[in-house]
Design a binder for this molecule. Structure first.
Ligand code: THU
Length: 135
C-alpha cells in the first residue's frame, strides 16, 4: 500500500470521530505486517480523561484482533473538514507505538491536499522507556 493511500484512509476515518468537547476531529489508519489496515478515530468523554486518541483506537482494535506486527500509521486531524495543519501523535500514543513497533515504524502525518510528513518512531520518541528496561 502506498503511503498516500494510508493517509487518505486516515482522513476518511475522521468522519467517525466523537469529539463534542474539543471539536478536534482525528483519524488514523494503521498498516499491519499482515497487510490489513485498521482505522480509528478519537473518542471523547465528558469526564475528559477517558478520552481515547485516534491512534490508540486503531492500535487497540488491531491488537485485540491478534495483530502484533506493524508497518506504518497515518494520522489526520484538525477542526475543519479539510486538513490544514499537521496533527502529530501525542506522547501517550507514541508510548503505545513503542510497545508494539520497531524504531523504524513509519508515521505519516497529513498536511491536507495530498501532502504529508514522514517520521520514524525513533525520531518522534528517542530514548524511550520500553520492555527491554524491565529485564
Ligand atoms: N487527539 C488524537 O486523537 N490524536 C492525537 O494525536 C492528538 C489529539 C485527540 C484527543 C482529543 O479528542 C482531541 O484530539 C483534542 O486533543
Amino acid at each position: 500500500m502506498q503511503p498516500i493511500e494510508l493517509v487518505r484512509l486516515a482522513e476518511e476515518a475522521r468522519d467517525a470521530a466523537y469529539a463534542p468537547y474539543s471539536g478536534f476531529y482525528v483519524g488514523a489508519a494503521l498498516l499491519c505486517a499482515s497487510g490489513k489496515v485498521y482505522t480509528g478515530c478519537n473518542i471523547e468523554n465528558a469526564a475528559l480523561s477517558p478520552t481515547n486518541c485516534a491512534e490508540r483506537t486503531a492500535f487497540f482494535k488491531a491488537v485485540s484482533e491478534g495483530e502484533r506486527g506493524f508497518v506504518a500509521i497515518a494520522i489526520a486531524g484538525g477542526r475543519d473538514k479539510e486538513i490544514k495543519e499537521p496533527c502529530p501523535p501525542c506522547g501517550v500514543c507514541r508510548q503505545v507505538m513503542a510497545e508494539f513497533c520497531d524504531l523504524d515504524f513509519l508515521i505519516y502525518v497529513s498536511r491536507g491536499q495530498g501532502r504529508y510528513d514522514t517520521y520514524t518512531l525513533s525520531q518522534l520518541l528517542p530514548e524511550s522507556f520500553g520492555k527491554n528496561k524491565l529485564k
